[in-house]
Design a protein around this ligand. Structure first.
Ligand code: ZN
Length: 433
């Protein structure tokens, strides 16, 4: 796919970020999230918010903070079976600390593996139930010998805070565009380093723009509890969010997919549909379901924000999902740049979408007299351009915004944008607010 230069230019920087963030032990809370957020360039003005343990956030309570030093299992010969220094997925997230010697039978109660994917380490967490555990390839688990095993989980589960990051880039209007990505997964590349990297790229590009119509609010939150905390703290002002996207799964080789907001026909839904339809991906759009990522929280009925989920392959629909196979080889800097570029296409549609009024609505205005035919050219493209001019003139009655004109005429967005520019220059249209 064609990638905008401004996105392509960030390829190396985004990859450097991915490489730096990959080894950090992210979780629902803890230093891994903080260290990841501190990798952001200072000029973006990212603010790290800390919500103390025990704080009530909507119907939830911020839990104790979890930090991991190291975890390992040693077999009866003292040989290391698994070690988080080899792979962070080897420990169940939020495992309570333990150091003990136990039989294989007892240890089995604390092991997780994937019989259908016997060479992969699964990703497991236990945020709300106090327990401990290890994850390992099923093949390795089956080869464990009888006897006593040493286990160590050097972790802390103590009063602390839940951390999330926020960047705000003001715009000409009060309306805000929310881009939310989760930051709580350790070790895995597509879910969720790709979403963080793409959001970072967008923030850098949008920060450099001086003509932002909307304010852009980027939130980097631990999944579920992070967005719930953000909503709880911004309850009175979330009405400013006029458009929003949850960014995740944006580095894999799959095609783009969109899940609509709960509203289903919000401007963001229509804008993404237009961008995907123009790329032949109209059938990659699904309706809202109250399951998935943080759109579940933004689209809860009390908020009902216009926030959809724009990803490549949807979560859970690729075999590498939530396993050690979701590694750096599964994503690429090129695909991250493509995702940044596609998000910019959507953002530009939303920024440009408004209603116009035809200033010569009685009969068709003479396009030739105004030099508009000269811009058409005599080829097939010229016929399309003429039709785009006529559709715009016909539907610019103050009731149809540009997206509505694109939907009714089935004209490509690029063609309509060009026609709008020509009609504005010829004083045949005026923008309405
Ligand atoms: Zn996930």
């Amino acid at each position: 796919m064609k990638v905008r230069d401004e996105a392509a230019d960030l390829r190396e920087d985004l990859w450097d970020f991915v490489l730096a963030a990959a080894p950090l032990a992210r979780s629902l809370t803890g230093n891994g999230v903080r260290r990841t957020l501190r990798l952001f360039p200072e000029e973006l003005g990212l603010e790290i918010h800390e919500i103390p343990t025990g704080t009530e956030v909507l119907d939830w309570t911020v839990p104790r903070e979890w930090n991991l030093e190291r975890a390992w299992i040693r077999d009866p010969h003292g040989t290391t079976v698994v070690d988080t220094r080899d792979h962070l997925l080897h420990v169940v997230g939020y495992s309570t600390p333990i150091q003990t010697s136990i039989s294989l039978g007892e240890l089995q109660n604390h092991l997780h593996s994937l019989p259908d994917q016997p060479d992969l380490i699964p990703y497991r967490t236990s945020y709300y139930k106090e327990t401990w555990g290890f994850c390992l390839p099923h093949r390795q688990r089956e080869a464990l010998m009888e006897g006593d095993y040493e286990v160590l989980i050097d972790s802390t589960l103590e009063p602390g805070a839940l951390s999330y990051g926020e960047i705000f880039l003001p715009g000409a209007e009060d309306t805000e565009f929310l881009i939310s990505t989760h930051v709580c997964h350790p070790a895995m590349a597509n879910d969720n380093l790709s979403g963080i990297a793409v959001s970072l790229g967008l923030a850098r590009i949008l920060a450099a723009r001086e003509d932002r119509r909307f304010g852009y609010r980027f939130v980097f939150v631990p999944g579920t509890l992070g967005s719930i905390s953000w909503l709880a703290r911004n309850r009175k002002t979330v009405g400013r969010i006029g458009h929003g996207l949850v960014a995740a799964n944006l580095g894999d080789p799959g095609a783009f997919h969109y899940k609509r907001s709960r509203r289903g026909n919000a401007t963001i839904d229509r804008a993404v549909e237009r961008v995907l339809a123009d790329r032949g991906l109209a059938d990659h759009i699904t309706d809202f379901v109250p399951f998935g990522y943080d759109e579940r929280q933004y689209c809860s009925p009390g908020f009902d924000l216009p926030v959809g989920l724009l990803s490549r392959t949807p979560w859970g629909q690729y075999p590498q999902y939530h396993t050690s196979a979701d590694d750096l080889d599964f994503i690429s800097s090129q695909r991250l740049a493509e995702s940044v570029s596609l998000y910019l296409d959507v953002i530009d549609v939303v920024e440009a979408n408004r209603c116009y009024r035809n200033l010569a609505p009685h009969g068709e205005p003479q396009l030739g007299r105004r030099g508009l035919y000269r811009s058409l050219g005599g080829d097939d493209r010229g016929r399309e351009r003429e039709l785009a001019l006529l559709w715009l003139l016909n539907l610019s009655d103050g009731d149809h915004d540009l997206l509505a004109i694109a939907e009714r005429s089935n004209q490509a967005w690029d063609l309509l944008s060009e026609a709008r520019d020509n009609l504005l220059a010829a004083d045949l249209l005026e923008p309405l607010d």
